[in-house]
Ligand binder design. Structure first.
Ligand SMILES: NC(=O)c1ccc[n+]([C@@H]2O[C@H](COP(=O)([O-])OP(=O)(O)OC[C@H]3O[C@@H](n4cnc5c(N)ncnc54)[C@H](OP(=O)(O)O)[C@@H]3O)[C@@H](O)[C@H]2O)c1
Length: 268
């Protein structure tokens, strides 16, 4: 495994496992949660040490249970989770800082842990002043060592600027969609300039023809999926691909023994 380093010096695996459909009856995001830990156990067996979950996925408990059941040791696993935000539903429309405290405590309890490695605000808050108030709660938990790193998700450049202009502790990551056809160059470049780690969600969520990617992969004995992940890695972007298949989980980690050329990096 290779690692990136967050602005506070914390090492983070360069590939993690997405989880948004884990522990669900049909293995689909919207299907019923039944708490099974099969996918987490399979991912840990495949070699994953980073999991990306969120309160809104409704599966933090299964992620925590899977980590415990695996015997891997909490200290050897990096957990990302996220605070549900006001534009994700009415339930947060009138949130005050104390509600953010409750959300963090709820995630800690569900994950059965006393710290979270990287805690993110899931979506832009929709109100700059309120976003800063909520961010102060994250800063406070960071000061106390409960959140080892703090960041955001789906924040645009103006959303990031608002926090950067008003924060005491700068966001350390922005989790955004990065996939073929959605390179999100502007945010990625801004993040890199500001020392914010870009994290790519949905790296395989695209409909483009996979043939040009597979042609590149064939030169190295790799799949189109591995080309996508390798490209992100070479661009300094952490990827969190999700798979319910042990074979795919292993394949998605096996990207550190080849190097794409500058021309190949420009294919999407
Ligand atoms: N911050 C946010 O707002 C946000 C939004 C969306 C997602 N996320 C996070 O990002 C994670 C990943 O995104 P995602 O789950 O939407 O989609 P994704 O990882 O882009 O794609 C998942 C799909 O790709 C397939 N797949 C995985 N590895 C493959 C391989 N090597 N070859 C071929 N197909 C492969 C999977 O099928 P199999 O199961 O059959 O392998 C699954 O159908 C999520 O699980 C979640 O943790 C965050």
């Amino acid at each position: 495994m290779e690692y990136f380093r967050l602005a506070n010096g914390l090492e983070i695996p360069a590939i993690g496992s997405g989880t948004n459909s884990f522990a669900k009856v049909k293995g689909e995001v919207g299907s019923q949660y039944d708490g099974h830990t099969d996918e987490v156990l399979s991912a840990i067996k495949a070699g994953y040490t980073l999991f990306d979950t969120a309160e809104s996925y409704g599966n933090e408990e299964a992620i925590g249970n899977g980590i415990t059941e695996s015997g891997a040791g909490r200290e050897n696993i990096f957990i990302i989770t996220k605070m549900r935000t006001r534009i994700m539903g009415q339930d947060t429309a009138s949130w005050k800082p104390e509600d953010a405290v409750t959300a963090i405590e709820r995630s800690l309890a569900k994950l059965k842990t006393d710290y979270i490695d990287l805690y993110l605000i899931h979506m832009p808050w929709g109100n700059d002043e309120e976003a800063v108030e909520i961010w102060r709660v994250l800063e406070d938990y960071y000061d106390r060592g409960v959140l080892k790193a703090i960041g955001v998700s789906n924040f645009t450049v103006p959303d990031l600027r608002n926090l950067l202009d008003n924060c005491r502790i700068r966001p350390m990551a922005d989790e955004i969609k990065v996939a073929p056809g959605t390179p999100n160059e502007e945010i990625v470049d801004f993040c890199k300039k500001e020392g914010i780690l870009p994290i790519a969600w949905g790296p395989f969520s695209f409909k483009d023809d996979k043939e040009p990617l597979q042609e590149i992969g064939d030169r190295y004995g790799k799949s189109w999926a591995q080309v996508v992940l390798r490209r992100n890695f070479q661009r300094g972007i952490l990827s969190i691909p999700k798979s319910h298949s042990f074979e795919h989980q292993k394949e998605n980690l096996d990207i550190f023994d080849f190097e794409l050329t500058e021309d190949e990096l420009r294919v999407f």
